[in-house]
Ligand binder design. Structure first.
Ligand code: FRU
Length: 467
């Protein structure tokens, strides 16, 4: 057993070292998925943003690739901010935001093979539309529709309301501003929208946004009519309460796949000591359910990472704490049926003396799912406030949790409808026990597996300090 718990995830993507934030430029090319990401190659904190790069043939095992984009004097001298990929007339192309202290502009780079990228400064969209400041203009998301290219850009209307701007192009080179695709219906949803994504699933269109200075991934579902988005819901659906700056791509088989970024929640001194910061969620598959809600679940491929089956439990109706197993990389499927009032949930990363524990709790009366982190770590240098999401289950509806625990990463998917993702940093070497509980009588079916690594060879050794 290690002297202190290792916080480095094994099956959630992190950079070889140093800082990462948003997923960028997702692509499928020549049989491989490509995940680019916001990357500071020289420090474990945000700054000097490049695009790091990794690829995978199967969404399970990842290999590091050379850096895709580095800032150069000119439009992106201060950093290559977030953006997306498109195959334009057979030409691999990325659209991203060039950052300088003065302004943000939308830049282009092209490549023959997704390995070597050439910045194309002559194709930059320099000036934001009237009413949008040059500091509130970023994260282009490009898609094809009705024989044309469209680009959605994150913005703020008068510094007050989040907004997604729409551009249109016949050739992917020259762009025309078409007005606002959609403006936030309320000032409750952030003053600026980052990373707007706009894509079809079945006969619906989905607009997902990250709220500047907020947390979470918020989705509107609706229609795309006359170059405007018409939502079917009054407000956004909060699909992930803890991750940020998501990016969606369509896989060759048509699935809508989404990644998002999970920031650190600990002091910079602790981060520097470990030399890495930030992790991606696992890839998730998005869908629309019969109620027109956006659903999300880990892609099926993730189960290939399952190693040892550490629990297989089917209880009769009972109360109290009832299943126990252990691990700090776990994939857990738990289903409670016939629930009474009160709470049901899981204890994770619990130490033998009980001083450390992370609890996932469903409050049936309050219809609330929580991750309780007050006791998740004995350290005062980590954030430990609880995280919550609303989850209204009908009285006879099962509660289905899919829990991905990966050292300091915790993703909790509930009934495919919401995800609570967060970070936890236990300090005691024996904080590895898990169990299930229910306040009142409930029937539980639970399976759990330990999980393998998404990296091979040297990268794996490097991460575990084994080299
Ligand atoms: C979101 C974000 C983006 C920006 C990038 C900079 O986390 O702020 O809006 O492009 O990160 O790293």
């Amino acid at each position: 057993m290690p002297a202190v718990p290792d916080h480095r995830p094994a099956y959630h993507f992190t950079a070889p070292s140093n800082w990462i934030n948003d997923p960028n430029g997702l692509a499928f090319h020549a049989g491989r998925y490509h995940l680019n990401y916001q990357y500071n190659p020289n420090a474990s904190k945000w700054g000097d943003i490049h695009w790091g790069h990794a690829s995978s043939a199967d969404l399970v095992t990842w290999r590091d690739e050379p850096i895709s984009l580095a800032p150069v004097p000119g439009h992106d001298a201060g950093g290559c901010f977030s953006g997306s990929y498109a195959l334009v007339d057979g030409q691999p192309t990325i659209y991203y935001t060039g950052y300088t202290a003065e302004r943000q502009v939308q830049c282009v780079a092209t490549s023959p093979d997704l390995q070597r990228w050439t910045q194309q400064p002559g194709r930059t969209i320099v000036t934001p539309p009237a009413g949008v400041e040059a500091h509130d203009f970023r994260d282009p998301y490009v898609f094809r529709h009705d024989g044309r290219w469209y680009m959605v850009v994150g913005a703020s209307l008068d510094h007050e309301h989040g907004q997604a701007l729409l551009y249109r192009s016949d050739d992917g080179v020259t762009w025309e501003h078409r007005g606002a695709l959609f403006t936030s219906p309320s000032d409750r949803y952030g003053r600026m929208w980052e990373c707007p994504n706009f894509f079809p699933i079945g006969d619906r269109w989905v607009l997902t946004v990250s709220l500047w200075l907020g947390l979470g991934v918020h989705a509107f579902v609706g229609r795309f009519e006359h170059e405007r988005f018409v939502p079917e819901w009054d407000g956004p659906l909060d699909v992930d309460a803890g991750a940020f700056a998501h990016l969606t791509m369509h896989a060759p088989d048509g699935r809508a796949l989404q990644w998002a970024w999970m920031n650190e929640q600990r002091d910079q001194a602790d981060i520097d000591a470990d030399g890495w910061a930030g992790a991606m969620t696992v890839p998730r598959e998005l869908s629309i359910d019969a109620h027109g809600r956006l659903n999300l679940r880990p892609v099926a491929e993730i189960s290939q990472l399952r190693r040892d089956a550490v629990a297989r439990i089917a209880t009769e109706r009972q109360t109290g704490t009832h299943a126990s197993f252990s691990g700090s990389t776990l994939d857990i499927e738990a289903r409670w049926t016939g629930r009474d009032r009160g709470k049901v949930g899981l204890n994770l990363l619990t130490s033998a003396d009980g001083r450390e524990t992370t609890r996932i709790v469903y409050w049936q009366d309050a219809r609330r799912l929580s991750i309780e982190r007050e006791r998740s770590s004995l350290s005062h240098a980590v954030r430990r406030q609880n995280v919550h999401a609303h989850l209204a289950l009908a009285p006879d509806e099962a509660l289905d949790l899919r829990v991905l625990l990966d050292h300091s990463v915790l993703e909790v998917y509930a009934n495919d409808r919401i995800c609570l993702s967060t970070r936890v940093y236990p300090t005691l070497p024996d904080s590895v026990s898990a169990s299930a509980f229910s306040d009142g009588p409930a029937t539980l079916a639970l399976q759990a597996w330990t999980m393998g690594s998404i990296f091979e060879g040297e990268r794996r050794e490097l991460m575990r300090g084994e080299s």
